[in-house]
Every structure is written in C-alpha cells, then in structure tokens.
Design a protein around this ligand. Structure first.
Ligand code: PGA
Ligand code: ZN
Length: 398
C-alpha cells in the first residue's frame, strides 16, 4: 500500500524547474522519479503545467487518492487514480509533469518491494537477448539550438553493433568525429539542448559532415552505422501559407514528401521522425507508401504517445513507427498501451527522452521491458549518459 507521496521542485538539464516525486509503500518500498520537458512539443501532448501549479494540483487532488488507497504493485490502479484525480483528458489540473513523475516513482517503488530491476516489473522478464539500438543525436538545430540546422536532429544509428555497450560507444565516437570535421572546416561550435553539435551550416553541409564522421567510425569499429533524422517538421510548417520553411527556402507538402524521399535514397536513412506536420495524416500515408518498410517513418508530434491518434494512424497507414515519450500522455500504463497498440498493428515503438531531461533512467528500463528496436536518448551530457549507462548496466546484469 502506498503510504507517502512527496513532490518537490528540482532542476532539469536546461536549468528549468521540474517535478520530482517520491513514493513510499507500507512494506518499505521507495521510488523516486522526475519529469522531463519538451521544447518542440506537439500540439496534442498532455499539458505540462508550471511546476508550482502542477505540485499544488497534485497535492490537492491526486495524493489523497493514492495514499492508503492503492498498491504500488498495481500500476494500473496508480495511473487510474491519477486520471480520476485530474478528470481532464490532457492532465490540465495536476499537469502531465506531476502525473508522470508520480506514475514512474510508483513503478520504481513496486520494483523496490520486489527487489527486482525496474525493467522486470515493467514486463521485461521474458525479454530475449536483443537490445534497443541507441539513436544518437550528433548534429542538430531547430528548436534545440539557435542559428543551426533546420532539421532538428541528425542521428547516428549503429544497427550493426554486437552489444548495446558497443553501440553506445560508437555513437560517442561519431559525436567526437563530427567535432573533428567541424574543427577542420573552421566550424567549431557549441551544443544544443540535447548535446548535439549545433553548427551554423545549411542542412546539406550537415549531411556531408555527419556522413563523413559515420564512415570514419564505421571503418574503426567494423560494423554498420546508419543515419537517421528527426525533422520536427511541425516546427517548420507555416499553416497559413501551407509550406515548410527552411529559412528563405519553402517547400509545399508535395515538395516536402519528394525531398524526404530523396534524402532517404541519397543517405540510405534508416529512420525519419516527424517528416511532415502533426496534422497531416494524409501526407504520412503517401510518404509511408512511397518509401516502404525499409525506413522507419516515425510519428512523434503526430501521435504524441496517444492511443487515439495512433489508432487513426494505423487505420490509414500513416507512418510505420511511433515515438514513445511517457510525459506526452502522463502515465506509464497509457505509455505501455501505446506500445502494445503499435505492436499489434506492426508499428515499431521507439522510446525517447525529451530535450529537457534529468538523471532519471526510467526510459532505459522501458525500452528493455518493451523490447523496443530503438531508444533515442542522446549521446553526451549527464542527463543523457544516465540512460545510456543504465542500459550498459542492464546488459551486464549489474
Ligand atoms: P522535444 O524534442 O523534447 O523538445 O520535444 C525531442 C523530439 O522532438 O523528439
Ligand atoms: Zn521528435
């Protein structure tokens, strides 16, 4: 039985306040979790409230429905209590930030009671030997860095790595090789919110730099590393003019679909996230049919980890993969519902961090528990390496 839930304001990786939750149980279980925070958020995500409001809302409405009322081992009961306490579809009373922190802290408390790693409690007991391939953000711009690329993220995908440990170090090597390329070209620069290099170059140059870096590292490690993107196209889309804006250059929807198709062919992309606006299900259908199943066309802002939006997408054949971010929907139960719905429809789940992160490692366990093919959680920076190092520990049964 949950006996105590405490909430406090702590820092995230951008230096913004976020919610930390502690959950304690009668049998001595303890779990602590923190909410991440997006910058290029989808329009249909659950609401992140200002932290003071989120904490006050949860203290007033949610904690009385949890303490002395639910068992931490029954994740659905915790999450149903959070839903009932809030009563809105988008968590506008307690905030998805309070909700997700409590939901994840509850799961950790339950795992603690069991004396088991979190991934096992989340359903990973019968997982095979496979591990998620880390998608490593090595160059980026968009909403994550000023005066950098239009495409938000250039991602290294070490698909040929024999272990998660090798994959993680390969991404770090690509990140480092990108810096060497930038230095050589006199383009030394700072990093964006997720730790990717943020050079002031056009997108074409970024493709050249990242491709060259990947080739160097491939030669070194001897396994295949592919390239992926998060276009975050909703941020580029001008709904009034119905065009995607890349600085001065614009593309209408047909041209955007052609452009993405060309990029996939030219750079042998294995993964393209949010290539189109979050309202353009039809465009996704056209693109997905055109590129086939060889490339993961992944909906982030399109689906926002929401089963209703995913259902609409799977019925139409929009995208073939879904980005999974627990704070987009607010509870772990609904997060896992989205993963399972995706799987039933042949869509691959990709577990993801946010641009604003914390040392929390829940998503590493979620990726292992759900046997996701990919996890997107950056390459460098303590809030990113927290998850990557946790994956290495899980692989080593540490
Ligand atoms: P966000 O970016 O966390 O700022 O939304 C990450 C993403 O778009 O995948
Ligand atoms: Zn995204």
């Amino acid at each position: 039985l949950v006996t105590d839930v405490r909430l406090r304001r702590v820092l995230d990786s951008r230096g913004n306040p976020t919610v930390e939750a502690d959950v304690r149980t009668e049998s001595g279980g303890f779990g602590r979790a923190k909410a991440p925070s997006g910058a290029s958020t989808g329009e249909y995500e659950a609401i992140e409230l200002p932290v003071g409001e989120a904490i006050a809302g949860a203290r007033e409405r949610a904690i009385p429905r949890l303490v002395g009322e639910v068992y931490a081992g029954n994740q659905r009961d915790i999450d149903n209590a959070l839903r009932a306490a809030d009563s809105t579809d988008d968590f506008s009373h307690i905030g998805a930030n309070s909700a997700v922190a409590i939901s994840m802290a509850g799961a950790k408390a339950a795992a603690d009671v069991l004396g088991a790693p979190l991934f096992q409690h989340l359903g990973g007991t019968f997982r095979g030997d496979t591990f998620p391939t880390p998608l490593g953000n090595v160059v980026g711009g968009g909403e994550h860095a000023a005066d950098a690329t239009h495409i938000q993220e250039f991602l290294a995908a070490p698909v040929g790595a024999p272990s998660v440990e090798e994959a993680i170090f390969a991404n770090a090597a690509v990140h480092s090789a990108v810096r060497d390329q930038l230095d050589e070209q006199g383009l030394s620069c700072g990093k964006g919110d997720e730790g990717a290099w943020a050079p002031s170059v056009d997108d074409g140059s970024a493709f050249d730099i990242v491709s060259a870096a990947i080739e160097t590292v491939e030669d070194d490690v001897g396994f295949e590393i592919r390239l992926g993107l998060d276009v975050a196209a909703a941020e580029l889309y001008d709904a009034d003019k119905e065009v995607y804006r890349y600085g001065e250059q614009t593309r209408d929807t047909g041209e955007q679909i052609d452009y993405i198709t060309e990029l996939i062919e030219e750079y042998n992309l294995i993964y393209v996230e949010d290539p189109l606006d979050e309202d353009d299900f039809e465009g996704y259908v056209t693109l997905t049919e055109r590129v086939g199943q060889g490339t993961h066309i992944c909906g982030d802002d399109l689906f926002v980890t929401n089963v209703e939006r995913l259902e609409r997408g799977t019925e139409m054949g929009a995208a073939n993969s879904i980005l999974i971010k627990p704070n987009q929907i607010g509870t772990l139960s609904e997060t896992v519902d989205a993963v399972e719905l995706a799987r039933r429809n042949g869509y691959e789940p990709v577990i993801s961090h946010r641009s604003g992160e914390t040392e929390d490692t829940t998503i590493a366990h979620l990726a292992v528990a759900t046997d996701a093919p990919f996890i997107k959680t950056g390459v460098v920076g303590g809030e990113r390496t927290a998850k990557l190092n946790e994956l290495i520990r899980i692989e080593h049964n540490a």
